[in-house]
Ligand binder design. Structure first.
Ligand code: THU
Length: 141
């Protein structure tokens, strides 16, 4: 079962995601996104969206962070505890379907923190389990 992140850890992860925003390469949409991954071992990795003149080649911030973590984590097999997503405009941004599938691959109990359209929290952020965000995720059996 996914466990909610303690408030201090959640703020630390959101701060890491915000810190990396200035690396976002969003020259086409101007929609700058930053993400931070917390591993089950307590490591933190960040990523930004990286766009391309051939629009479909764009990589989202979440997947950028995860791909960095896959390469750099000390864990033998990356295991994601939490993902935080922020935008420079401080507007709602829930992870796209592709990123949900990639998060699930490395953290089937991960929690995802993002600004939602319908949050009850004062700061507008939602925390949801990846299983709720992506029911019936694809698996190779
Ligand atoms: N984007 C992300 O990086 N993460 C999301 O969760 C949603 C969208 C990026 C992709 C593109 O560079 C820009 O936001 C506009 O779609």
């Amino acid at each position: 079962m996914p466990t909610s992140l303690p408030p201090a850890a959640r703020e630390t992860l959101l701060a890491a995601a915000r810190k990396t925003l200035n690396r976002s390469y969003a020259r086409y949409s101007n929609f700058r996104v930053g993400a931070a991954i917390l591993t089950d071992d307590g490591e933190v990795f960040t990523g930004v969206n990286v766009e391309n003149a051939s629009y479909g080649l764009t990589n989202c911030a979440e997947r950028s962070a995860i791909f960095t973590a896959v390469q750099q984590s000390k864990m033998a097999k990356l295991s994601i505890r939490a993902v935080a997503v922020v935008t420079a405009a401080d507007v709602p941004c829930s992870p796209c379907g592709a990123c949900r599938q990639v998060i699930f691959e490395f953290g089937d109990n991960a929690v995802v923190i993002f600004k939602g359209q319908d949050s009850n929290d004062e700061d507008g952020y939602l925390e949801m389990s990846i299983k709720d965000l992506l029911p019936h995720s694809f698996r190779l059996s």
